[in-house]
Design a protein around this ligand. Structure first.
Ligand SMILES: [Zn+2]
Ligand SMILES: [Zn+2]
Length: 362
């Protein structure tokens, strides 16, 4: 029988969100209902509310979540009621051209629930990133549930479902950072700091954090930054070169996603180095003008990182285990714990850069 629960809904462009009754159907074939225990507040949620993703209002916000599987539909064998899971937005299909080429982290046909959650009026909701998790219970495709060690607290685990995975993956999966490498990370919010933590985990020996806010640079040190640069007072390109023997970093991650920062990343890397764009640009932004000879002459790779090029089944359990071993300080991303009624205030704090992550606890 369908259940009525409380959830956070965005009704229109720029309108404050509200807590509403959400109707969650029983899981159908290939689906699962998950009792959400915690869900982080991400920039993407605000972006949905601002109408910056699409116009399919009303949205059920929230997508960085962990919880316990309550029930599963017909044919579901990969998870069972009682399993502790992190929700992911890359339930790979195994059938599309990317999957068939053996590159499932690019999967172009990821699975979501087939049925719709609705408002009490019957109006269908669009769940953020195919999840929708600022809600007591949510309906997803079973492949969106990734089982991990239940010893981790849900507040921490949920963050791996989006921003923290994007950052760690940008460094390790997309950038290929390894032992002894140098890396610079521009923008030290949640995603940038996760890239720093990932580089630290992978054995990078020089980890340079770049931001315009000294508070954020202090946070970056806590995740393993060996050097910090305040770009308000210092030219980051020159400073990164100075810290890397005059050459530039092996990998530069742009966690901001603006032409200025991408251009800095381009020029702050070593010859044959790699730029990783993980900050999401807004549609109005244009790539910076750079002489074409510089593209050729510097060689290397200019990459984008979608969701940290992660494979949830491979990466989430591993990162949870490394955290539980004390090797990945994911707890430092949780700035505060809040309730479903506090989302607007959390958007405000996020916008001002006062928090790394506010996490809704249910
Ligand atoms: Zn696929
Ligand atoms: Zn997110």
């Amino acid at each position: 029988m369908a259940q009525e629960v409380r959830g956070v809904v965005a009704h229109g462009k720029g309108k404050p969100v509200s807590v509403e009754t959400v109707v969650v159907p029983d899981p159908g074939p290939g689906e699962a209902v998950v009792q959400v225990q915690a869900c982080g507040v991400c920039h993407t949620d605000l972006h949905y509310r601002e109408g910056g993703i699409n116009d399919e209002f009303p949205f059920l916000l929230g997508h960085e979540a962990a919880g316990v599987v309550e029930s599963v539909g017909e044919g579901v064998t990969d998870v069972a009621p009682g399993d502790f899971v992190i929700l992911n937005w890359r339930a790979v299909c195994g059938q599309c051209r990317a999957c068939k080429k053996g590159k499932p982290w690019y999967c172009f046909a990821t699975h979501n629930a087939t049925q719709k959650m609705t408002l009490a009026s019957g109006q269908e909701l669009s769940p953020a990133l195919g999840i929708g998790a600022f809600v007591e219970k949510t309906l997803v495709a079973s492949g969106q549930c990734t089982k991990v060690n239940p010893a981790v607290t849900p507040q921490i685990a949920g963050l791996l479902g989006c921003g923290v995975m994007a950052g760690i993956g940008a460094a390790i999966n997309t950038g290929g950072v390894g032992r002894g490498d140098s890396i610079a990370v521009i923008g030290c919010g949640g995603v940038g700091d996760a890239a720093i933590a990932g580089a630290n985990l992978a054995g990078a020996s020089t980890i340079i954090a770049v931001d315009m806010d000294d508070r954020k640079l202090e946070w970056a040190k806590g995740f393993g930054a060996t050097h910090t640069i305040n770009a308000r007072s210092t030219d980051p390109v020159e400073a990164i070169k100075e810290l890397t023997g005059g050459f530039g970093a092996d990998v530069v991650v742009d966690a901001v996603g603006r032409p200025e920062t991408w251009k800095q990343a381009f020029f702050a890397r070593d010859l044959a180095g790699t730029v990783v764009l993980v900050g999401v640009p807004t549609p109005d932004l244009m790539a910076p003008e750079i002489p074409m000879i510089e593209y050729f002459g510097r060689g290397g790779q200019l990459k984008s990182s979608w969701y940290g090029d992660c494979l949830p089944e491979r990466d989430f359990p591993m990162l949870v285990d490394l955290h539980l071993q004390g090797r990945l300080p994911l707890e430092k991303f949780v700035s505060e714990e809040i309730g479903l009624d506090d989302i607007e205030a959390a958007f405000d704090k996020m916008h001002k850069g006062d928090v790394l992550r506010s996490v809704v606890v249910l």
